[in-house]
Write a protein that binds this ligand. Structure first.
Ligand code: GLA
Length: 750
């Protein structure tokens, strides 16, 4: 009899197994967890609950992201890639018993067998350093108009709930991932690591593209083969010039600028971050990113939550170009502040290179008068206007006007600048202090420091400890006073050094390890509060150039000072790299007289380079001849015509300056009816250069209507069909080293 019972039981289990996982499944379902049925806040066809395997399927315009709950309750990644591929769910991956444990995980944690870079590493009050995160419940809901999936995981033995979020922007093929940890224990849990999200790519040979650089040479494009093991890009102590948080991973032999699959992404974070690319022995690649917990932990108190910043992941089936367009649209439509999202950025003049620290009213007004004459819309006074700031040795921290330079304050000068018809902007560097300042003399304990260690200076400055509330309150009030008392419509917010000596001796010990995370949280709160008090003010992010350009700061700052290097030849390369992820609408570029390579670039080339972003002028205008002012006036007028295309069009990179001595970029209106093309000739002496003495070759345009005719104007006139321009190309008619051209296209209407 017991034999018969056993047989019945087996038949029953096989039937259940077949229902759940198909015929080739070999492990009984009776051990499977019973997930709470997902609640639907709103039926969407973007996120669906699947039955075989149990899990979720997220469909965007071009991608599928699928995850499942394995038999041991672990949520596992199943597939992330192009749509339309037959989905082969390996039963062996789903049918893992808890004795073995699934080790490829959607939210990888330290515990059991480790086969991936972990997202969650915690220590429980009793000293246990591993966790076990199994499925507990889920919800599909809508946030800010887009579907979002929340999967709650719980530790069966401890009071830890980990919620993994995926918000989907289907038309851009973008997923936003973040994680929230909640402590349900009676004592604190120590978080040693909590990443924002992980993705798992199919087996393939991949190349990683990322941007890296240094001061004056930001955003250089790098490409490297991912080999078995971990490749990491990261920032420690906010040394941000080295790397903006962005990646693109492409199958090595399949993808190009315009073709093939690309997985790309970024982080909403301005503090220490990291992105790891772990290629497994089987050939899959895991990409995981978030806060860099180097020299950092977080004490999660009972009932408290810790939320990671968002990681953005996207998929493009149209090569790197498709990846860039998606990121540009994402930043333009979902990251930038709503108030300024659709506004064109003004043509600005910044007086830094003209006057340095030696500013006064008369000289600034003279510059403003000429700036207005040539067509500038916003006048910005840079460093040097505040108390005691005669050079880089003193003054940072004291955000009051220098009465020696401006005896009547700034407002009378601002009024005159406004009367000329210009808006007025100002430079600040709030996170820093010079030891030679009233602020530091009054509060030497307000900087990051260790009592027995040197307070290391860079550019004669120390870093204020923004983890402290009193420091933030001081900054909020002094900046509010500045904005209240003066008609300021633009702030250039600079940060000229990384952190060092990251101590906070007055804080309770656990908080001392949290200082970098608290710094960034408070910085964000400070900017947010200031912006809610002064909603009309436009903000520019600067960090010794483009040293702080990430999605976290871009959701607060409306544009970016791209680099202190304004040499046009270098700038073409910097801007080309930058364009891989950041849109031209944020890319501020000033015309100056910089000539780092002693090649005497023409004023026309200087303008042409800056006109492919947010045009600014940053030279001593009083030194320009009448002819130069005339050319500048014409160029600014031309820029105002093409500005909607440059700032709001679709970018196509046509020719890379990293490959030869030429570069070309094209911006096409959303409807394809207009375009502007920038052509640049650079060094003829570089290996692989095309001789520039005669015009030669052609550049194929993109994004046009093949059936339409286009009129060409500006540096080239004539008429050509979209098909000709895209297939045969526009002749490369620019001759000579360091020469350039702008061609405008307009569709012929019947
Ligand atoms: C940094 C910025 C410059 C300028 C100076 C002023 O270097 O990148 O544009 O504002 O500071 O000190």
């Amino acid at each position: 009899m017991p034999q018969v019972k056993k047989i019945y039981k087996m038949i029953f289990l096989i039937v259940i197994m077949v229902i759940l996982y198909g015929v080739d499944s070999c492990v009984a379902q009776s051990e499977a967890p019973e997930p709470n049925p997902p609640r639907w806040a709103k039926q969407t066809n973007v996120i669906t609950v699947t039955e075989r395997p149990q899990g979720w399927r997220i469909e965007t315009a071009a991608s599928v992201y699928q995850i499942a709950v394995a038999r041991d309750g672990i949520v596992i990644p199943v597939y992330y890639g192009p749509r339309g591929q037959p989905l082969q769910v390996r039963k062996a991956n789903v049918n893992v018993s808890s004795k073995v444990g699934s080790h490829i995980r959607e939210v990888p944690f330290r515990g059991g067998f480790i086969a991936q870079t972990p997202a969650i590493e915690v220590i429980f009050p009793d000293g246990t350093r591993e966790c076990d995160l199994v499925y507990s419940s889920s919800e599909i809901f809508e946030t800010d108009g887009f579907p979002c999936l929340r999967i709650d995981l719980r530790d069966p033995a401890y009071g830890l709930v980990v919620s993994s979020y995926i918000r989907v922007i289907p038309e851009l093929d973008i997923l936003e991932k973040w994680i929230v940890l909640k402590n349900m224990e009676k004592e604190p849990i120590l978080i040693e690591n909590s990443q924002s999200g992980s993705i798992w790519l199919p087996v393939e040979e991949y190349d990683l593209f990322h941007l890296a650089g240094l001061w004056g040479r930001e955003f250089m494009l790098h490409r490297t083969l991912l080999t078995p093991g971990v490749t990491t890009i990261q920032t420690r102590d906010f040394v941000a010039h080295e790397n903006p948080p962005w990646f693109a991973v492409t199958p090595s032999r399949q993808s190009s600028e315009t073709q093939g699959p690309v997985w790309f992404g970024s982080l909403h974070y301005s503090g220490n971050w990291r992105l790891d690319f772990e290629k497994s022995p089987s050939g899959n690649v895991q990409i995981i990113g978030g806060i860099n917990f180097w020299d950092t932990t977080w004490e999660l108190k009972p009932q408290e939550e810790f939320a990671t910043p968002k990681m953005v992941c996207g998929f493009s089936p149209e090569g790197m170009s498709g990846a860039s367009t998606r990121m540009h649209n994402y930043i333009g439509q979902h990251v930038l502040r709503k108030k300024f999202r659709d506004a064109l950025r003004p043509v600005l003049y910044n007086s830094w290179y003209a006057t340095k620290f030696n500013v006064n009213e008369q000289q600034q007004l003279e510059l403003a008068r000429i700036a207005k004459e040539i067509g500038v819309e916003l006048f910005v006074i840079d460093d040097g206007w505040f108390k005691g700031r005669n050079d880089a040795h003193a003054g940072l921290g004291d955000w009051t006007v220098d009465k020696k330079k401006f005896p009547n304050g700034l407002q009378p000068m601002i009024k005159k600048i406004n009367d000329l018809g210009l808006d007025f902007g100002i430079w600040v560097e709030p996170e820093m202090v010079n030891p030679d300042s009233d602020l530091y003399r009054a509060h030497p304990d307000w900087v990051l420091h260790y009592p027995k260690r040197t307070r290391h200076e860079r550019r004669n400055q120390l870093v204020l400890n923004l983890a402290r509330k009193d420091v933030c309150n001081y900054l909020l009030e002094s900046l509010s006073k500045l904005l209240r008392e003066n008609n300021i419509s633009f702030i250039k917010w600079d940060r000229n050094r990384p952190l060092s000596d990251v101590g906070w001796p007055d804080a309770p010990r656990p908080m001392q390890y949290e200082v970098r995370i608290r710094f960034i949280n408070n910085l964000y709160n400070l900017i947010d509060e200031l912006q809610s008090r002064f909603p009309e003010v436009l903000f520019e992010s600067c960090s010794g150039g483009g040293g702080r350009t990430d999605l976290g700061i871009l959701s607060r700052m409306d544009q970016v000072w791209t680099s202190d290097n304004t040499d046009p030849a270098d700038r073409v390369m910097i801007q080309y790299g930058y364009s891989h992820t950041f849109p031209a609408k944020l890319m501020v570029s000033w015309v100056t007289n910089a000539d780092w390579h002693k090649v005497s670039p023409s004023l026309k080339l200087r303008f042409h380079v800056c006109m492919s972003g947010v045009l600014g002028v940053g030279t001593d205008l009083t030194k320009w001849s009448q002819e130069e002012r005339k050319l500048a006036t014409e160029m600014i007028a031309l820029y105002k015509k093409i500005r909607p295309l440059v700032q709001e069009g679709i970018l196509h990179r046509l020719h890379s300056p990293f490959e030869s001595n030429r570069a070309a970029v094209e911006y096409v209106s959303q409807d394809g009816s207009e375009a502007v093309i920038f052509l640049y000739n650079l060094w003829e002496t570089l290996p692989g250069s095309t001789p520039t003495a005669r015009a030669s070759g052609a550049v194929r345009l993109r994004g046009l209507d093949p059936d339409a005719n286009y009129f060409l104007s500006n540096d080239r006139s004539g008429r050509a069909s979209g098909e000709t321009l895209m297939n045969m190309g526009l002749p490369w008619f620019v001759q000579g080293n360091f020469n350039s051209a702008i061609v405008m296209l307009k569709k012929q209407t019947q």
